[in-house]
Ligand binder design. Structure first.
Ligand code: ITT
Length: 193
C-alpha cells in the first residue's frame, strides 16, 4: 500500500521514512501539495482541518503532520506559531528571548493525521519529546529548531544527532511509532490503491 505524506519538509519525510521502513507492504511517498494551515490554538485542529481539506482531493491513503515547539518560560510560545517564528526570528531569536533565563524546559509535539479513503476514517496519532533549549546553536543535522533542542536523557541537541538517534527521542519518532503499530494491524487487502 502506498501512503502519501503531504509535506513540503524533506527533513520530516526522511525521519518518517526511516521510522516506517520495516513495515511490510507500506511505501511512504512524499507529496507536496499546499493546504491551509489554519491559525488556531492546537496542532490537532490544524491537522484535522488539513485532512478535511485534502481528503476529497487526494482519494488515496495519506498522512500529514503538524508539529511545534512549546517553551515553558514563554508560556508555550512559539507553539502553533512555530513555522512563522522560525521563518522570522529563527533559532537565534529564540535564544535571545531566553537570554539569562535558567529555566529552559520545552517540548516538541507532533500530531499526525491519517486518512483512509476506503474506511472513510481519520485517525490522529500524537507524540511529545521533552527537553531543554540549549545555550547556543549546536549541530548541523536535522532542520528547524533541532540545533537548540536537547532531549531529556541526552547532552547533545537534535542537530548533533543522526536521523535514527533523533527518532529514538523525538516527538515524530513517537507519533510515527503509534502510526506504525496501527498500520501493522490494518488489513492491507482492503485498500484499493
Ligand atoms: P509541512 O507543514 O509542509 O509539513 P513545516 O516545516 O511547515 O512542513 P510544521 O508546520 O509542522 O512543518 O512545523 C512548524 C515549525 O516547527 C517549522 O518551522 C519546523 O521547522 C519546526 N519543526 C517541526 N518539527 C521539528 C523538528 O522535529 N525539529 C526541529 N524543528 C521542527
Amino acid at each position: 500500500m502506498k501512503i502519501y505524506f503531504v509535506t513540503s519538509n524533506n527533513g520530516k519525510y526522511n525521519e518518517a521514512k526511516e521510522k516506517l521502513k520495516g513495515i511490510k507492504n507500506i511505501q511512504l511517498e512524499q507529496k507536496i501539495i499546499n493546504y491551509p494551515e489554519i491559525q488556531t490554538d492546537t496542532l490537532e485542529e490544524v491537522a484535522e482541518y488539513g485532512i478535511k481539506y485534502l481528503k476529497d482531493k487526494l482519494k488515496k491513503p495519506f498522512i500529514l503532520e503538524d508539529a511545534g515547539l512549546f517553551i515553558e518560560h514563554l508560556k508555550g510560545f512559539p507553539g502553533v506559531y512555530s513555522a512563522y517564528v522560525f521563518k522570522t526570528i529563527g533559532c537565534k531569536g529564540i535564544l535571545n528571548l531566553l537570554h539569562d533565563i535558567e529555566k529552559r524546559d520545552a517540548y516538541f509535539k507532533s500530531v499526525i493525521g491519517f486518512y483512509n479513503p476506503e474506511a472513510k476514517e481519520m485517525k490522529i496519532f500524537k507524540g511529545i519529546s521533552r527537553g531543554k533549549i540549549s545555550l547556543e546553536i549546536r549541530g548541523t543535522n536535522g532542520f528547524g529548531y533541532d540545533p537548540i533542542f536537547i532531549p531529556e536523557g541526552e547532552s547533545r541537541t537534535f542537530g548533533e544527532m543522526k536521523i535514527n538517534e533523533k527518532n529514538k527521542y523525538s516527538h515524530r519518532g513517537k507519533s510515527f511509532e503509534k502510526l506504525a503499530s496501527f498500520l501493522k494491524k490494518l488489513k492491507i487487502e482492503n485498500f484499493k490503491v
